[in-house]
Design a protein around this ligand. Structure first.
Ligand SMILES: C[S@@+](CC[C@H](N)C(=O)[O-])C[C@H]1O[C@@H](n2cnc3c(N)ncnc32)[C@H](O)[C@@H]1O
Length: 458
């Protein structure tokens, strides 16, 4: 049965008001509509059937065409889908699909909460929706979600709260939740409850459209032994145990905070819009901006460098970035802008700096000027270690390049070599098509280790 919501327990259901009156709604819906392959839906049900024989109520938030109702044996199924275009009429006899926002009702008696919640980054969520969903989660769980959480995290909490005290949550969600700092609160919440967790990492080819490694994640509220287990699918009906979430014999690289007075890593500058504030050589010249006065060298990626490059010299910077037309000139904000620079900034169309970072500033372009790091290191990598170079060109670290600071001049080369020799790949979880991303505080943990080792060898 397909229905629009009744008034019982209703908070709000109109897609426009629940998602917010804004143009982003269409984009949001478009982003989150990835269908789960039938084989994965069946596999989720196989995991459920292994853990529960008699199933009462099943709830599915972000149900799409209610494909999770097609399999499994249960008394009743309630799917919530905000997009009426996705709501099909033909459903199994004991299933209903409700055209409403998942956060519009308060359910606490589901035996099973299942589904594939929307994957939408925080910055692509419709205005106001995130705040409303976060307030509901906080009220029901006491957890205050970080503004950085992706949509699926909100749905994950909602599912945990909707399943009854002995209920089971079985979701298709990104594998990254097992290790990323942005999901730390969620992991702690689950650990604190002691629920049993089984995470089955799916192969990267499972979904065509999503570039994130997915998982079937099962949280069993019936158990309070806080057992966490990890598995990896070899193909869709076989999986093998993983000792650690990394899939190697080593645990996930730990996180360490470092003081500014110590050797430390810092994330690359996010100026608000690279398009307007990080220029190519052509853009610099045509706007009459002077090197050193209006702009300084920067790198947003280390991709143009050879894999075995040890340093970014002035020469290499010129060839691989300036002459190659890469974005490599960061405008200066630490001095009064020259007339030329001001003319350039005033000529930038408003649409180009229509980002939340730029709009939140008094002057849309005025970011805090970074300093030159001693070492530049990519944050994304495949295989063993990210590219890392001594910064002889004095380039600023921007975007996906992090900077390493506080190293005395005479130790820079040795430090750089030690980072390059470190096997990050063993201890950093790959989250999309073999691509790994090192977090800043993981890099800090590596720096602490290198420092200790070097001191011992002195
Ligand atoms: C990844 S799709 C999954 C669809 C379907 N369950 C499947 O597995 O194929 C996520 C669905 O969540 C829906 N959705 C997004 N935000 C929602 C909300 N606030 N309430 C209810 N459904 C929502 C989207 O329209 C989309 O159909």
């Amino acid at each position: 049965m397909f229905r629009t919501p009744d008034n019982q327990n209703r908070v709000d259901y109109n897609p426009v008001t629940t998602l917010g009156e804004c143009e982003k709604v269409g984009l949001y819906l478009n982003r989150c509509q990835v269908d789960t392959p039938d084989a994965v839906v069946k596999e989720v049900w196989r995991h459920i059937a292994k853990r529960r024989r008699k199933i009462g109520k099943v709830v599915d938030f972000g149900a799409g065409d209610a494909r999770f109702a097609r399999y499994g044996t249960f008394e009743s199924y309630q799917g919530f889908e905000i997009d009426s275009a996705r709501c099909v009429e033909k459903l199994p006899r004991n299933a209903e699909l409700i055209n409403a926002c998942a956060f519009s009702q308060t359910i606490t008696d589901a035996s099973i909460c299942t589904g594939n919640p929307p994957y939408v980054r925080n910055q692509d969520m419709p205005e106001g929706w995130r705040e409303r969903a976060a307030a509901i989660i906080e009220k029901r769980s006491g957890v205050k979600l970080s503004g950085l959480a992706n949509a699926w995290q909100y749905f994950f909490y909602l599912s945990l709260l909707t399943a009854n005290a002995k209920g089971l949550v079985a979701l298709v969600i990104p594998f990254e939740w097992v290790s990323r700092p942005s999901s730390k609160l969620l992991r702690e919440y689950i650990k604190d409850k002691g629920w049993r967790v089984s995470v089955y990492r799916l192969r990267d080819s499972t979904f065509d459209r999503v570039l994130t490694t997915s998982s079937i994640t099962i949280i069993d509220k019936r158990h309070d032994d806080a057992v966490w287990e990890f598995f990896q699918y070899d193909n869709l009906d076989e999986f093998s145990p993983l000792k650690f979430a990394t899939g190697t014999g080593a645990s996930v690289l730990e996180y360490k905070r470092r003081k500014r007075t110590e050797i430390h890593a810092k994330r690359g500058l996010s100026p608000g819009t690279q398009e307007a504030l990080v220029l190519t050589e052509g853009e610099r010249v045509s706007n009459g901006l002077i090197r050193g006065i209006d702009v300084v060298p920067c790198v947003t990626t280390l991709r143009p460098l050879m894999n075995d490059a040890h340093s970014l010299t002035v020469n290499v910077f010129s060839k691989a970035y300036v002459d190659a037309g890469k974005r490599c000139w960061l405008i200066r904000t630490d001095r009064k802008p020259s007339k030329q620079l001001m003319t350039y900034l005033n000529s930038v169309p408003a649409t180009m700096h229509d980002t939340s970072t730029c709009s939140g500033r008094e002057d849309w372009w005025r970011f805090t000027m970074p300093t030159q790091p001693a070492i530049l290191c990519a944050t994304g990598f495949r295989d063993r270690a990210p590219k890392v170079v001594s910064n002889l060109a004095g380039a600023m670290a921007v975007g996906g390049v992090c900077g390493i600071y506080g190293i005395p001049q005479y130790r820079i080369a040795k430090f750089r070599n030690a980072i390059a020799a470190h096997n990050f790949g063993r201890r950093v979880v790959s989250h999309s098509n073999g691509l790994r991303k090192i977090e800043i505080n993981q890099m800090n943990a590596v720096l602490v280790g290198i420092e200790k080792k070097q001191k011992k060898n002195l």
